[in-house]
Write a protein that binds this ligand. Structure first.
Ligand code: ATP
Ligand code: MG
Length: 381
C-alpha cells in the first residue's frame, strides 16, 4: 500500500489539513479547532428534568456528541488559549475530533487502523527551547501512544512558513535562510527571527489576533442591530475588502439582514493590531509593531550584529489575520520610524496564501523529498 499521511497545521482557532493517499493529495480543508464539554452543571440541570439521566461529564468529539444526541447539553470549548493546550486529554480529543472530520470529508477510515497512517504536524514555537520540546513531546505521545499512528513528524510553524515561501523569499534574503516571520493568527500574533533555525530569544507574542478583531467587528454589528451575529463570513469579507489598518476607513454602507448599516467603524477594527489603546480588548497589550521591534532587537545581540539587518530585510507576514488591508504597509512605516538606520532596508513580504502558508510549506517538504526519492524523517515508537 502506498504511504498515507495526514498533514496538519495545528492552529489555535483553525486546523488546516490535507491528506496524502493513493499517491495524491486531497483538497485542503480548514476545521475549527474545538471540542465539546459536558460539565457537572449540565448533568445536574438534566437530572432536575429527568430524574434517571445517565449523562456523563467529560470532553467529547463532535461525532460522539451527534451520535449520542447530546448537542443540546454540550458546550463548545476551545482546545487551547494561546499556543498551548492546558490539558493533555483535551488535546487527544481534539486530535480525534479533527481526524473524524477528515474521515467524513474524504470518506476514509483512519481510526480503524491508525498504524497505517502517519501525521506531520506543525505546532507553536515557544520562547523557551525546552518548553517547545515539551510541547512537541506531548503531541508525539498523543499521536503515537494514545492514538497509535505509524509515524510522526513535528516541527515549528515558522520553519514550514519559510520553506513554503522560499521562492518568494530568496529574492530578499541577504543571508541564507535568514528571515523574520510575523504570524497574525486567530488566537495571538507572534514573531520570530530565523537564522537557519528559529532563535528562541527572538520569539515574541502579543495575546490577540484575528479572532479578537472579528469579535470586535461582531460586537459592532450587534450594537447597531441588537441582533446576535452568528455567521461572520460577511463581516470577514468586508474586512478583507475594505478593512483599514490605519483607522481611516471611508464612509460605507452595507446591507445586513434587511438593514442598512454604516460600517466604517467596523472596518477600523483592524487598527487594533497597531493602536491597541483605542480598543478595550487590547488596551495595555503590545501592538504588532512593538513585538516585531522586540524580536529584531533581541536578534541584535553581541556577536550577531548583522543578524537583525538580515532579518529586517526579509520579514514574512503570514497567518489569516494578515489578509487585511494596510497591515503590511503600516508595519513597514512604523518600523522605519523606529529604526531610521534601516531606512530602505526593511521589506515586508506578504505570504501569497497567508492562512495556508504553513500547510503549503509542509506539502512542499513532502513533495521535494519525494522527488529525491527520500522520505520525511518520521519518528516511530
Ligand atoms: N476567510 C477567512 N476564513 C477564516 N478566517 C479568516 C478569513 N479571513 C481572515 N481570517 C482571520 O484569520 C484568523 C485565523 O487565522 P489562522 O488560521 O492563521 O489562525 P490559527 O492558525 O488558527 O491561530 P494561531 O496561529 O494563533 O494558532 C481568524 O481569526 C480570522 O480573523
Ligand atoms: Mg496559525
Amino acid at each position: 500500500m502506498s504511504e498515507q499521511i495526514l498533514f496538519n497545521d495545528w492552529g489555535t482557532t483553525y486546523n488546516k489539513c490535507k491528506l496524502w493517499r493513493n499517491n495524491q493529495y486531497t483538497d485542503r480543508v480548514i476545521l475549527q479547532n474545538k471540542v465539546y464539554e459536558i460539565t457537572q452543571k449540565d448533568v445536574e440541570a438534566l437530572q432536575r428534568s429527568f430524574k434517571d439521566s445517565t449523562l456523563e461529564t467529560g470532553i467529547f468529539t463532535e461525532r460522539y456528541i451527534d451520535n449520542h444526541g447530546l448537542s443540546a447539553h454540550a458546550n463548545e470549548i476551545s482546545v487551547q488559549e494561546g499556543a498551548v493546550a492546558d490539558n493533555k486529554y483535551k488535546l487527544e480529543v481534539a486530535y480525534r475530533n479533527m481526524i473524524e472530520h477528515l474521515e467524513a470529508e474524504f470518506d476514509v477510515s483512519i481510526l480503524d487502523d491508525p498504524s497505517q497512517w502517519k501525521i506531520a504536524s506543525a505546532i507553536a514555537l515557544l520562547d523557551q527551547a525546552d518548553a517547545g520540546t515539551k510541547l512537541a513531546e506531548m503531541h508525539k505521545e498523543i499521536i503515537l501512544d494514545k492514538i497509535g499512528f505509524g509515524g510522526v513528524y513535528i516541527r515549528n510553524r515558522p520553519h514550514f512558513d519559510i520553506v513554503g515561501n522560499l521562492k518568494t523569499l530568496e529574492t530578499y534574503m541577504t543571508s541564507p535562510f535568514t528571515a523574520c516571520v510575523v504570524n497574525v493568527g486567530g488566537g495571538d500574533s507572534k514573531v520570530v527571527c530565523v537564522s537557519k533555525e528559529p532563535v528562541p530569544e527572538t520569539v515574541k507574542r502579543t495575546p490577540f489576533g484575528g479572532r479578537t478583531i472579528i469579535e470586535e467587528a461582531r460586537a459592532f454589528v450587534y450594537a447597531l442591530t441588537s441582533k446576535p451575529v452568528r455567521e461572520t463570513s460577511e463581516i470577514q469579507e468586508w474586512l478583507i475588502k475594505y478593512g483599514d489598518a490605519w483607522g481611516n476607513a471611508e464612509p460605507r454602507t452595507e446591507d445586513w439582514r434587511g438593514k442598512t448599516l454604516e460600517i466604517e467603524g467596523l472596518l477600523n477594527t483592524v487598527e487594533m493590531l497597531f493602536a491597541t489603546s483605542k480598543f478595550p480588548a487590547t488596551n495595555g497589550k503590545q501592538s504588532l509593531t512593538e513585538i516585531v521591534i522586540d524580536s529584531l532587537e533581541a536578534a541584535h545581540t553581541k556577536g550577531k550584529e548583522k543578524f537583525m539587518r538580515h532579518a529586517a530585510h526579509c520579514i514574512l507576514l503570514t497567518g489569516g489575520g494578515s489578509l487585511w488591508r494596510g497591515v503590511a504597509e503600516r508595519l513597514k512605516v512604523e518600523l522605519e520610524q523606529y529604526f531610521p538606520d534601516l531606512e530602505g532596508e526593511i521589506n515586508i513580504i506578504r505570504s501569497p496564501d497567508p492562512q495556508y502558508s504553513t500547510l503549503n510549506g509542509m506539502i512542499n517538504v513532502h513533495t521535494t523529498l519525494k522527488e529525491k526519492n527520500r522520505e520525511i524523517p518520521w519518528e516511530t515508537r
